[in-house]
Design a protein around this ligand. Structure first.
Ligand code: BGC
Length: 413
């Protein structure tokens, strides 16, 4: 058994998203929805409210990340803060994000910046969001502004986070607001709107500076047949086509990298081909607090498959809801073991970014899902406390690989 070393310039870190941690995002559509649907059947489980108050406490958070030896941090910018009214940009908020980015840098980390992580400015919600043919151009205008004003501190731009998750949860599975008002037509309008928005934003960012690195994040599941029969292979291929392949075929053309968010093992057969609310809580084997199967080998299979797009790969999210922190260490070590194997076999993976730095607002689930390397005490001043598993990950980040003792502990060979 030898030390499993990652490439020298490999990036290790963690991710966050503005709406989930900042608090007080009063100009965003999700904020308005929370209030509109509060108390109604299917309404939000919890309001985002102050979230982790990271809008004010970001320096403290980055200090933790530095202590944990992270050399990269993925964050997002809340469009509704930057452009609270159509065409009116808020200088104070631009300045705020400049300070946030400078702070990440001063804590020794590179920056991944997501421009859109599920939320829109409120004024765009009133104009049909991604279903409006003008939205891609509004998005490109916002992307230009960020590139011009903040680009010098952004190492990697991410246009969109997981377009398919957003569209499916809103318009197909319908557990994200606006629930039943949406139809398949909204799904397709949104699909084309986001693809167009992505392309326009990449163009806009490159126009500001052609050396800027731009990519997109997709949630890529490890899709495998339930039983090894030919029709299940066809169903798997269909799933892959609709969940990422067609979109990525068009989206990746002018991108510098792909960000993979890996969480799921999706075992497909005829009976579960159509996505349902609990499709992914398949409770096979070892599962997270949320009932998601833990399948580390899947990260290896996924990167091997996505390598066919011939773009450098970053794992921009991978994480577990584990309130008691009993499974997180093993989760991280085993996923990194399989990722290392893929790299060893020649796959161009350049970073691993754990989801997430802090326990935060988990969309429709509210605050019950604890994905954080750092626990946030919601009953006491949002106090932060580093979880034990975060120290093991810190050791991996520091050493740049998986030491023999960890491999022995988890029987990896
Ligand atoms: C999203 C995050 C979310 C995480 C855990 C990802 O799909 O990008 O916003 O918190 O999954 O559910």
């Amino acid at each position: 058994m030898k030390f499993l070393k990652f490439p020298n310039d490999f990036l290790f870190g963690s991710a966050t998203a503005a709406y989930q941690i900042e608090g007080g995002n009063v100009n965003s559509d999700w904020w308005a929805w929370e209030r509109e649907y509060a108390g109604k059947p299917n309404g939000p489980r919890e309001m985002s409210g102050f979230a982790c108050d990271s809008y004010n406490r970001y320096k403290e958070d980055f200090k933790f990340a530095q202590e944990l030896n992270h050399n990269v941090h993925r964050m997002s910018i809340e469009w509704g803060r930057i452009e609270p009214q159509e065409g009116k940009f808020n200088e104070e908020e631009i300045e705020h994000y400049r300070n946030v980015l400078k702070s990440i840098k001063s804590h020794g980390m590179k920056t991944f910046v997501t421009l859109w992580h599920f939320t829109l400015p409120q004024w765009l919600r009133e104009q049909k969001g991604w279903g409006n043919f003008k939205t891609p151009y509004y998005f490109a205008r916002y992307a230009t502004l960020i590139a011009e004003r903040l680009g010098e501190d952004i190492d990697f731009f991410i246009t969109f986070n997981e377009p398919h998750v957003y569209l499916a949860l809103r318009h197909v599975i319908k557990i994200w607001i606006p629930y039943k008002h949406s139809t398949f037509l909204d799904f397709f309008e949104g699909w084309f709107g986001i693809l167009k928005g992505h392309k326009e934003a990449v163009k806009a960012i490159k126009k500001v500076n052609h050396t800027f690195k731009v990519g997109i994040c997709e949630n890529i599941m490890c899709i495998e047949p339930k039983r090894a029969v030919w029709w299940n292979y066809i169903l798997c291929e269909l799933r892959k086509l609709f969940q990422h392949k067609i979109f990525l075929h068009f989206a990746l053309k002018n991108c510098d990298f792909i960000g993979i968010n890996y969480y799921f093992h999706d075992v497909v057969g005829i009976r579960n081909f159509f996505l349902k609310k609990d499709s992914l809580e398949n409770k096979r084997g070892e599962v997270s607090d949320w009932g998601w199967e833990i399948y580390p080998e899947g990260i290896y299979k996924v990167v091997k498959e996505i390598a066919k797009f011939k773009k450098p790969i970053y794992i921009t999210e991978n994480g577990i809801a584990d309130a008691t922190d009993t499974k997180r260490e093993s989760f991280i070590v085993r996923h990194l073991y399989w990722l290392h194997k893929a790299i060893d076999e020649g796959i161009d993976v350049r970073g691993y970014i754990y989801w997430t730095l802090l326990d935060n607002f988990e969309w429709a689930e509210g605050y019950i899902r604890k994905f954080g390397l750092i626990e946030v005490d919601r009953s006491h001043n949002l106090d932060r406390k580093i979880r034990p598993s975060a120290y093991t990950y810190a050791k991996i980040c520091k050493e740049g690989g998986i030491t023999r003792d960890l491999q022995e502990k988890y029987n990896l060979s």
